[in-house]
Every structure is written in structure tokens, then in C-alpha cells.
Design a protein around this ligand. Structure first.
Ligand SMILES: *Cc1c(COP(=O)(O)O)cnc(C)c1O
Length: 241
């Protein structure tokens, strides 16, 4: 290895060690077991070599935003034993290219998208696709995700489609300032998650509550997140060029 790649490895490894400690502390503070929370490394704009350093340092889940970027990088990734999820907005015309290539799609927010995924999944070896439904918890105009008021009807519809299985919920909350504000929004997500869990809907299980990013993963874990999606705190500031 060159000096440069050793530095890079140490940088990613040290960030992961610090985050791991924070996750453990947040779990302890919430009376939760560490195993209840999965750390996903969000790898958009990060090159394959750098992603592989994170995998070598113990990362077991990666999240990519864009279909094309993931497919281009994938051959260079050491994904043995690692799950890859699509976490970014998915257009229906790209569905065929990604279904069967990732372990989960976290960004389902419409019946139309769910039907396209189910149709594509029917042609794969497994015959179905695992997904999360993305909730627009802040009801923000600009954001993708289903509005809170439309979540239950959408789940009922998707529950009736074969070829797709909802395994939980995903959310990107609004940018909030105080710890109390962040926790209130995450708590609202957790309540939805638990309420739906109690309904025992067809084809819907609530195992994964994907919420919490670099700036708010501690608060998310305190409020019940089972998967935190962390990018910049692991890899540094993103370079979009
Ligand atoms: C980029 C991204 C993240 C990670 O964001 P950071 O603030 O860098 O941790 C998490 N989830 C989604 C959907 C993202 O697009």
C-alpha cells in the first residue's frame, strides 16, 4: 500500500471506531442492545477503493443513492457478506436495472413504483423484492416519501401486490436545530412503526426502521431507529465533482 492509502484506511477506520462508540453509548442510554441497530455506510460519491476500506474495517451494509453510480462502481467492490441497499429516489424507468442487483430498496413511496418493482422482481431468481416505504415525516413539499396521512392506504395497497415485501420504514426528517426537535420527529416515526407492526398487515412486516444520518444518528437511536445511514461522518465531506 502507498502511504496515501494507509492514511485513508486509518481515517475511515478511526471515524468508524468513534461512531461505533457513539452507537454503543446511545444504545446504553436508551436501554437497547447494540445488536438492535445496524450501521449502514452511505457511499454516494465515494470511490470503490475507499468503500472497500470501510468494508475491510467492518462495515456490513452500504447504501447508494443512484442506480447508475452503483452499477458502475459495483465490480470494484468487495461485497462478499455485505448488503447493498438503494436509498435514493428511484424513477420507474430505472427499476428494471436495479431490481435483483441490490438487497433492498429503501425508497418506495408510490403504488406505481411498487408495482414496477414487483413486476421486475417476478423475473428474478428470488421472485420478490424487499423494500422499505419512505415516509416524508416533515410533510415537506420538496422531499420524496409518502406523506404521513397516505402511509396506511399505501401499505394496504402494496400488501396486496405479490412480488414485493415491505420490511419496514425509512425517513429523512427535516433539518432541525435542537436535540428536542430531532427526537420529537424520530419519536413520531417510531410510533408509526409500532402502530403498523401491531396491525399484522398482509405482506408487511416492520423489522427495519431506517432513520438517522451523520448529524442526528444518536437522537435516532435514542428514539428507536434500527438502521442508521451514515455518510460524511465516515468518509468526510462529499465531493460531487
Ligand atoms: C446522503 C444520504 C445519507 C447520509 O448523509 P450524511 O449526512 O452524509 O450522513 C443518508 N440517507 C440518505 C437517503 C442520503 O441520501
Amino acid at each position: 500500500m502507498t502511504v496515501n492509502s494507509c492514511d485513508e484506511f486509518a481515517y475511515v477506520r478511526d471515524n468508524l471506531a468513534r461512531i461505533e462508540q457513539e452507537i454503543q453509548d446511545a444504545c446504553a442510554a436508551a436501554g437497547r442492545r447494540r445488536e438492535e441497530v445496524t450501521l449502514m455506510a452511505v457511499t454516494k460519491t465515494v470511490d470503490a477503493a475507499r468503500i472497500n476500506t470501510a468494508i475491510a474495517a467492518g462495515v456490513t451494509h452500504i447504501g447508494e443513492n443512484r442506480v447508475q453510480e452503483f452499477l458502475e462502481k459495483r465490480d470494484g467492490l468487495c461485497l462478499d457478506g455485505v448488503q447493498a441497499h438503494l436509498i435514493g429516489h428511484l424513477q420507474t424507468n430505472k427499476v428494471r436495472r436495479i431490481v435483483g442487483q441490490v438487497d433492498m430498496i429503501q425508497s418506495v413511496d408510490s403504488e406505481r413504483l411498487a408495482r414496477a418493482i414487483a413486476t421486475a422482481a417476478a423475473d428474478t431468481e428470488r421472485g420478490y423484492a424487499d423494500v422499505l416505504v419512505e415516509v416524508n415525516i416533515g410533510n415537506e413539499e420538496s422531499k420524496s416519501g409518502v406523506p404521513v396521512g397516505e402511509l396506511l392506504p399505501l401499505l394496504e395497497t402494496i400488501g396486496g401486490i405479490s412480488g414485493i415485501r415491505v420490511r419496514g420504514l425509512m425517513a429523512i426528517p427535516p433539518i432541525l436545530q435542537t436535540e428536542a426537535e430531532k427526537r420529537a420527529v424520530f419519536h413520531q416515526m417510531y410510533k408509526l412503526f409500532i402502530d403498523i407492526q401491531g396491525k399484522n398487515m398482509d405482506n408487511i412486516t416492520m423489522e427495519i426502521l431506517s432513520m438517522g444520518m451523520s448529524m442526528d444518528y444518536v437522537e435516532a437511536i435514542r428514539e428507536g431507529s434500527t438502521m442508521v445511514r451514515i455518510g460524511s461522518a465516515i468518509f468526510g465531506k462529499r465531493d460531487y465533482h
